[in-house]
Design a protein around this ligand. Sequence first.
Ligand code: SF4
Ligand code: SF4
Length: 98
Amino acid sequence: MSPESKKTIEEKLYANETRVDKTPHLEIADPSVCLECAAKPCTTVCPARTYTWSEEGQKISVSYENCLECGGCRAVCPRSVIAWRNPMGGMGICYRYG
Ligand code: SF4
Ligand code: SF4
């Protein structure tokens, strides 16, 4: 068994590199829709905690720089309001271990 295969998930994730694009690659196209989304699954499915609901501001904040580009949020959003574009070339997550 190679030393690489003995690494834990956390160790492998820690080795990834993210180059943050100045322009967000994720945004909520119509934030007013989120007011009517009771479960807000984007806030629970994202492994990188990109989406946070603010009770005070009554809106979702999107920390796009956390994104691991898995696509889960777009799959679970019941109203399909999460807009996506690929990060610019060389930007975004770079997986060390695939
Ligand atoms: S899942 Fe979609 S509609 Fe619901 S809060 Fe998140 S972005 Fe808004
Ligand atoms: S693509 Fe994946 S990591 Fe990125 S915000 Fe959506 S759920 Fe989170």
